[in-house]
Write a protein that binds this ligand. Structure first.
Ligand SMILES: NC(=O)c1ccc[n+]([C@@H]2O[C@H](COP(=O)([O-])OP(=O)(O)OC[C@H]3O[C@@H](n4cnc5c(N)ncnc54)[C@H](OP(=O)(O)O)[C@@H]3O)[C@@H](O)[C@H]2O)c1
Length: 329
């Protein structure tokens, strides 16, 4: 049976996204076939589409989805036909009605979590999980510590605000409008700074922290925030540079790290953390627990039809969205 999938032939703007007919075969060893109910919209999809992260062409897009397992390949033991499932996984290809994919990063979705929520939370929630719990400064993070989190009203951001609150951290969120700042506060940020109207956010961070600075800056904005992020750190603090929504971070002179107070820099990616099925399951169990208990609520701001994928990309890059968005198949 013919299925639908989104492809690009050339990197470029949202107009490059095409919905085409594809054949989806049977899963090979270690693979499953999944029928999607929904797939997640993520900023990494923008980088794939515009060539910031080049893919072999023609390329499928989408890294996050939820649906029902239709077929299971040889050697797959943790999933069976009919299971509700969700994932954040390589390779791209989640923007589709159905696909064959490696089973390793696909997890059974708890009955208490609907498919749209599953598709909205896996990539973003597992990212928050490894950032807050697995990307730590010297001596770790303790309740009461200050951290700075940019784009705090975005998909990753609103989950981070709630995750930080659950850990007792004082998260200072930045966002591009007063409405977005309020949303970050409503989701658990202790403070919020509008970095469009107040571009010197580092001065505000110093004021909030009594001149000390924060232990960790979680920076996914990149080019526009890099300098201010360095200036927001306490001595021996850590920058986790995990994205570049405004463009890549400029080349670093390592001497700067001494001048800013012997600070540390890491450039993590979720997919290092999801290297094994066991690690993925452990991180997923932690995330599912937070969502099922209500400690973290997944806000789906917008639902698009798969055929309207170009509109969803325009909205995401125009900073029109808050929380998560999904494409319904
Ligand atoms: N390394 C990893 O493991 C990993 C995993 C997941 C996501 N990420 C990164 O985390 C970030 C958030 O991902 P997301 O999917 O949840 O997206 P998102 O936060 O919902 O959207 C990106 C946000 O970045 C902010 N932004 C600042 N400058 C921008 C600019 N010049 N153009 C566009 N947006 C700008 C906007 O919020 P304001 O208007 O409030 O500024 C925008 O809403 C992305 O950079 C993504 O690549 C990294």
């Amino acid at each position: 049976m013919s299925e639908k999938a989104v492809v690009i032939d050339t990197p470029g703007g949202p107009e490059q996204l095409k919905l085409i007919d594809v054949e989806v075969g049977a899963p090979g060893p270690g693979e499953i076939r999944i029928r999607h109910e929904a797939c997640g919209l993520n900023y990494i999809d923008e980088y794939h589409r515009n060539g910031t992260y080049p893919l072999p062409l023609p390329a499928r897009l989408g890294m996050e989805g939820a649906g029902v397992v239709e077929a299971v390949g040889e050697g797959v033991t943790h999933l069976k036909v009919g299971d509700r499932a969700a994932y954040a996984s390589q390779p791209p290809g989640a923007y589709a009605t159905a696909r064959v994919m490696p089973a390793r990063c696909v997890l059974k979705l708890p009955d208490a979590i609907d498919f749209a929520t599953g598709a909205a939370m896996m990539l973003k929630g597992l990212t928050v999980q490894y950032l807050l719990k697995g990307t730590q400064p010297q001596g770790g993070l303790k309740p009461g510590d200050f951290v700075l989190f940019h784009a705090a009203a975005g998909g990753v951001g609103l989950i981070a605000c709630q995750g930080a609150r659950a850990l007792g951290l004082q998260l200072i969120g930045t966002a591009g409008s007063d409405e977005k700042c309020q949303l970050a506060l409503d989701h658990g940020a202790a403070h919020a700074i509008n970095y469009r109207s107040q571009p010197d956010f580092a001065a505000q961070v110093k004021e909030i922290t009594g001149g000390k600075g924060v232990k960790v800056v979680y920076d996914s904005v990149g080019a526009d925030t890099w300098e201010g992020s360095l200036n927001s750190l306490a001595p021996f603090g850590l920058i986790a540079s995990f994205g570049g929504a405004s463009g890549p971070v400029p080349p670093i002179n390592v001497g700067t790290l001494a001048a800013k107070g012997s600070v540390y820099v890491t450039r993590p990616t979720l997919f290092t953390h999801l290297a094994s099925q066991e690690a993925t399951q452990a991180m997923g169990d932690d995330l599912f627990g937070m969502v099922v208990s209500g400690q973290v609520k997944i806000r789906i701001d917008k639902r698009y039809a798969l055929a309207d994928v170009a509109e969803s990309h325009r909205d995401l890059e125009a900073r029109k969205l808050v929380g998560s968005a999904v494409l319904l198949t």
